[in-house]
Design a protein around this ligand. Structure first.
Ligand code: B12
Length: 256
């Protein structure tokens, strides 16, 4: 089974770009060993999906997330289809990496490290380079791109790496970050980013319930009508719900 057959199938099911990385070229120091996901893994197939500009640029965060939900649904569905395609046609094993979650919530990483780093995989698969915002910039899609991957036992050579430095260090992303999470070069301050980008995440939930537990019965009745509780409720069935996309949306790289 060759790379072109896999690439053609990936594009046919809706990916905007497909790249290949030999597992030897995947270097993500903080991530678990890919062998712990698929023993005998030899390579990764990485698929890229374009975020829609109207939603990414919308001042309404719910509309921005609507595009993300589409990417997540299509990405996870395609991961399943591609895994099945490789296993059937290549008579081998393959394993899909989730778009984002579930994540390891154990005390060593607390949901901040994925089982497989899609950014490092995308770089190894010739789909882009890291920018000042610590996101991967694709030569055509720019920063308006998200990724999924499938690990496989098939031996597939890495695609040509992107050689151009697509980030001109304009630092717009650093300046527009409302949480100042990108101030230190080469590192995203995850807590600063999360506080701002996931206002209905676990930190808000802990704050709300701590307040609720300590409140009088009268105050508790009021707290049950707090819009924050409604937002927390909604976020629970959406998943990790983001309200900030500024580092992605502000990046001028490759935007036509
Ligand atoms: C956990 C997570 C987060 C955490 C960050 C934790 C962290 N330190 O990475 C939080 C919640 C903060 C987060 C935020 C965001 N995330 Co996020 N996240 C993930 C997830 C699930 C795992 C990432 C991981 O394992 N990180 C830990 C390790 C691998 O990171 P690391 O080795 O420390 O590398 C860091 C730095 O060292 C640096 N780095 C590493 N090597 C190099 C090399 C160079 C040259 C440079 C400059 C930097 C650099 O980049 C990393 C950022 O801190 C991935 C999906 C996945 N499975 O990969 C999505 C993912 C990385 N997120 C993504 C996105 C889009 C976002 C947000 C824009 C939120 C949003 N609204 O969508 C912000 C962007 C924040 C930013 N500018 O960095 C996309 C990135 C797409 C892209 N174009 O690069 C991913 C790949 C999801 C996807 N399926 O596409 N995320």
């Amino acid at each position: 089974m060759n790379k072109e057959k896999i690439r053609e199938y990936g594009l046919e099911i809706g990916a905007d770009a497909v790249g290949f990385a030999s597992i030897k070229d995947y270097r993500s120091k903080k991530s678990p060993d890919p062998e712990s996901i698929l023993p005998g893994v030899k390579s990764a197939v990485v698929m890229a999906y374009r975020e829609n500009s109207g939603s990414l640029d919308s001042p309404n965060a719910r509309i921005s997330f609507a595009s993300r939900m589409g990417c997540m649904e299509l990405g996870n569905k395609n991961n399943y289809l591609m895994t099945r395609f490789i296993e059937k046609e290549g008579k081998t094993k393959a394993a899909p990496i989730p778009f984002s979650y579930p994540l390891n919530m154990g005390p060593e990483v607390m949901g901040l490290v994925g089982d497989f780093s899609l950014r490092h995989a995308a770089v190894a698969a010739g789909l882009g380079v890291f920018g000042r915002h610590n996101l991967v910039i694709h030569p055509v899609l720019g920063t308006r791109v998200v990724f999924t991957a499938i690990l496989t036992e098939l031996e597939l050579a890495s695609d040509e790496p992107v050689k151009d430095d697509l980030c001109d260090q304009c630092s717009i992303c650093v300046e527009v970050c409302p949480g100042r999470a990108l101030d230190e070069e080469g590192k995203t301050d995850a807590i600063k980013c999360l506080k701002n980008s996931q206002p209905y995440g676990i930190m808000s939930m802990m704050k709300y319930y701590s307040k609720f537990i300590g409140a009088s019965p009268e105050e508790q009745k009021k707290l049950l009508k707090d819009p924050l509780l409604l937002n927390l409720y909604q976020a629970q069935f959406i998943g990790f719900y983001y309200e900030c996309y500024k580092c992605m949306a502000s990046c001028p790289a490759c935007v036509k």
